[in-house]
Design a binder for this molecule. Structure first.
Ligand SMILES: [Zn+2]
Length: 197
């Protein structure tokens, strides 16, 4: 289904953004260094191909873009997951996904990779990676992945503390380069609300 390809794009791009964040400042062993390097292909080729891949897939056209995107979603992400230190597998994108699932409507009405992709934007904003944020945000706009709270049926002025409490205790934030607090996450969420790419 197209929606799985669409959500898979978000989940895959998160792999590069999260693994490089989690591994920052560490001296990497051989397999982790290799895995982090492979992880670049979870991001850059997918960023390049995603829009066309979705368009072609909708028309049942098996183009190089469709093939490569599916391969990167399944093969490349799988390779990274298997060979890096497990602590590098995720970070805020996934922790925030788990936090967001305290809300029933997220669990029921939104796909894993879709919600994770929103977390990637929040992580990039929190980490002040403005170049990558710009690229990722632009793709999200083009293919309809979430860019703001409203896209996840949440309101800007609502209390998000239940979500944030669950997020900061998630195991994916145990090994990160600095302490990721509720305040840091909320601040990034609000900055993202005002961000226009
Ligand atoms: Zn995932």
């Amino acid at each position: 289904p197209i929606k799985y390809l669409w959500a898979g794009i978000g989940d895959t791009m998160a792999k590069h953004i999260e693994s490089t964040f989690s591994a920052r400042n560490d001296e990497l062993n051989f397999t982790s260094e290799l895995g982090i390097k492979i992880g670049e292909n979870c991001y850059y080729p997918v960023l390049r191909d995603a829009k066309k891949a979705l368009e072609d897939a909708k028309e049942y056209k098996l183009s190089q873009e469709v093939e490569r995107t599916i391969q990167n979603i399944i093969v490349t992400t799988g390779c990274v997951s298997l060979i890096v230190n497990p602590e590098y597998n995720s970070a805020l994108s996934h922790a925030l996904f788990y936090g967001l699932t305290v809300r029933q409507h997220i669990e029921k009405g939104h796909l894993h990779g879709e919600v994770v992709s929103y977390g990637t934007l929040v992580q990039l904003m929190m980490d002040n990676q403005m170049e990558l944020l710009k690229k990722t945000y632009r793709l999200h706009e083009e293919i309809g992945l979430p860019i703001c709270l409203a896209d996840l049926e949440l309101r800007r002025n609502e209390d998000l503390s239940d979500i944030l409490e669950k997020t900061v205790i998630n195991q994916e934030l145990r090994h990160v380069p600095y302490k990721v607090t509720e305040e840091l996450i909320l601040n990034a969420i609000m900055k993202l609300e005002d961000y226009r790419g």
